[in-house]
Write a protein that binds this ligand. Structure first.
Ligand SMILES: Nc1ncnc2c1ncn2[C@@H]1O[C@H](COP(=O)(O)OP(=O)(O)OP(=O)(O)O)[C@@H](O)[C@H]1O
Length: 229
């Protein structure tokens, strides 16, 4: 479903501050897979996710997504594809400052019962009409995840989606992601620094210095409720 071949990413190419971040990555992710990406800070994980999702262009190599060669598409076509098939949860939330959490969540998609009940389950109802700067990091992160979920995309890219959440909230959020993967066959590619989260994924890819150094299937996928936080 997502196939990257010999993908490289260079920022500021041919300039003094050139930095080669991805150094020839091959990665194939199948439909319905829950893949976690791990690796040290600065190893290139976010860049990898942004390249796979079309948010960043790659420098060389190829990305084929749902049989579509992303490299051959112009910016407009990439955006159209992203809009219909891909959701992205950003590490820094990327909420719009002058919209309330509610407006952010439903910016592009109609209100839904599913999202409304998650607003209650995740205990952010009291903050729903506040602006991001009036909310805690955890409330903002939950809103950012709900915005991504409201799209009902087939592929969900998440960059540290529980970084601002305590154990209980992390489990609530991850349990929804696991449910989506199981019941809707949503493909999930998720960056984490938390070992616990790798246990609920079916595959763990390790990035080191811009290269994929490990790619392991997890034969004993845990259900979120069983994780000890
Ligand atoms: N737009 C950019 N321009 C220049 N350099 C960049 C850009 N984006 C990322 N980098 C550089 O790429 C390298 C990898 O960054 P990236 O955010 O992908 O790492 P990461 O593994 O996700 O780190 P972390 O775990 O801390 O989030 C870093 O040295 C970073 O400074």
């Amino acid at each position: 479903m997502i196939k990257a071949t010999n993908m490289t990413k260079v920022f500021n190419a041919n300039k003094q501050n050139e930095i080669i971040v991805l150094k020839g990555i091959d990665l194939e992710i199948t439909e319905g897979e829950f893949c976690t990406i791990v690796g040290k800070s600065g190893s290139g994980k976010t860049t990898l996710l942004k390249c796979l999702s079309g948010l960043e262009t790659i420098t060389t190599g190829e990305i084929v997504m749902n049989k579509k060669n992303m490299v051959g598409l112009n910016k407009k076509e990439v955006n159209a594809f992203r809009r219909s098939d891909i959701s992205f949860v950003f590490q820094e939330y990327n909420l719009i400052d002058d919209l309330t959490l509610h407006e952010n969540i439903y910016l592009e998609h109609p209100t839904s019962e599913e999202i409304e009940s998650l607003i209650d389950e995740w205990d952010i109802r009291k903050a729903i009409h506040l602006f991001p700067e009036q909310c805690s990091g955890g409330q903002q992160q939950k809103a950012a995840i709900l915005r991504a979920l409201s799209k009902k995309a087939k592929i969900l890219f998440c960059d540290e989606p529980t970084g601002a959440l305590d154990g209980k909230s992390s489990k609530e959020v991850l349990s929804v992601l696991q449910r989506l993967q199981k019941s809707h066959r949503t493909t999930i590619v998720l960056i984490t620094h938390n070992d616990q989260i790798t246990h609920i994924s079916s595959r763990v890819v390790t990035i080191h210095d811009g290269k994929k150094i490990k790619d392991e299937q997890n034969s004993r996928v845990e259900i979120v409720e069983n994780l000890e936080w």
